[in-house]
Design a protein around this ligand. Sequence first.
Ligand code: GLU
Length: 419
Amino acid sequence: MTGINPFEVAKQQIDACAGILKLSPSVTTMLKTPMRELHVSLPVRMDDGSIRIFQGFRVQYNDARGPAKGGIRFHPDETIDTVRALSSWMTWKCALLDLPLGGGKGGIICNPKELSVGELERLSRAYIRAVFQFIGPERDVPAPDVYTTPQIMAWMMDEYSIISGKQQFGVITGKPLAIGGSPGRGDATARGGMFTIREAAKTLGIDLSKAKVAVQGYGNAGYHAARLCHELFGSEIVAICDSKGGVCCKVESEVGIDPEVAYTCKNQTGSVCNLPGMEYISNEELLELDVDILIPAAIENIITDKNAGKIKAKIVAELANGPTTPEADDILYKNGVHVIPDFLCNAGGVTVSYFEMVQNFYMYTWEEAEVRERLDKKMTAAYHSVLNTSREYKINMRQAAYVLAVERVVAAMKLRGWI
Ligand code: GLU
């Protein structure tokens, strides 16, 4: 933990954007304030018979463009301010991808690694009972995020359906395929990021088949990112890490890390740092490696004013939410690092979630190829509109993404007569 408050970062980013767009103080205040939030206490019976009370949150940041949308995180360091920041980023993400959705986010303060399957299920169901009145297919639609899985989405959808007295598949996305999930949702965040990396490489004239890649974080986003960089582009994965540390290929290696072997290693030993034949590397060292593409795929605030100047990558593709602080952004921009900002780079997840909602409403399933094609179209279009805006206004890619997204949210609020 860096001690940096992500919501302060999120508000600073909105202020910068408001300056560029010359927004009035009242509109700026509205954009920096969550519209609704719910704080809940969740009593859960533990396996030993005791009762533990967990704290949970759900924030609907802004729903001018449609029902709030965004994941639920299970994390020991969760705070209301992390959830507020993440729900604000969801608002800009959905607007940037031009999805008819607002932004929301949820979280429970817990360490899922210390809970049994039964305890996790009871916690997930307790959360839905507590937020039942607040969410819904036309109000606020949760999804997976850090340490939440399709199985957890399944329990949550089931609990919501039981309380409603009818099948409500559209209340949550990221579900398993057999109960209303969308083909292609599993690796959608990483795959969406790949489309933006492909376009960025074209912009910068980088040959991805010769590119060296470092990935920070080896959860859903990080693992699939490493796998897809290898599979789609033939890039070499030179370093990966997770919360326990990482590994780097020996200098003379030409083949790099096999993402599947690393995945098995993490599952069997608890961390990718036990991968044999590699050099141990810390999370901090990984960020500063001499690579073409750096993919932060874990948590917030890992690129700060302390290390931004040491980043050698040509492209920073932010699959994580909020990995870079505003001070670090300035340094990267000055140094000519091409940042694909989080709410563009990782928007593949929510985009396929939106496709999942559409399929649920129609009771129809698309082929995976169709999902991928539609995702490619959306991500490619969003990347180029951000790039063009950044050139037009002479601002960095994150500010350009903000300009586009905020303009759309402000337009919706105006049309609805809110401002
Ligand atoms: N949690 C993902 C995100 O941060 C996905 C959200 C969703 O699918 O609603 O974008």
